[in-house]
Design a binder for this molecule. Structure first.
Ligand SMILES: [Ca+2]
Ligand SMILES: [Ca+2]
Ligand SMILES: [Ca+2]
Length: 129
């Protein structure tokens, strides 16, 4: 009886598996969007984006010195934006530099310039990257 149940569960999982990769990227973005949207109006204002950005910065800053060095930035350090944003070229991002990046990113994503990002604008921005 148990074996029959496990067999059914496995078959169900196998049947669902092919759909997972196609939806994973979109749902990740949607999860981030919903988490960031603190007032639940389905639009992100700059404040909401910065709250997430600062939280992420603090989380990544393993030695808590207020700077993200290349090791702490991980995969982001390989991105040309990392050295672009490192305006004093000390090889690390300060919170000010990270905030400046978030603001620039926000403005770039806000295509209609209304000061908020819709899910549509967020998706278009990240798809374009
Ligand atoms: Ca909002
Ligand atoms: Ca650090
Ligand atoms: Ca907008």
């Amino acid at each position: 009886m148990k074996n029959a149940l496990i067999g059914t569960a496995t078959a169900a999982m196998l049947a669902l598996t092919p759909f997972t990769p196609a939806t994973a990227e979109i749902s990740d973005l949607e999860i981030i969007f919903v988490k960031a949207d603190q007032d639940g109006d389905f639009a992100l204002d700059l404040g909401e984006v910065l709250v997430i950005g600062i939280a992420h910065f603090k989380q990544s800053d393993a030695d808590k010195n207020g700077k993200l060095d290349k090791e702490e930035a991980g995969e982001h350090a390989a991105h040309p934006e990392f050295s672009d944003n490192d305006s004093n070229k000390d090889g690390a991002l300060t919170i000010d530099e990270a905030i400046a990046e978030k603001i620039a990113d926000f403005k770039a994503a806000d295509k209609d310039g209304d000061g908020t990002l819709t899910m549509d604008e967020v998706k278009k921005h990240y798809d374009a990257k």
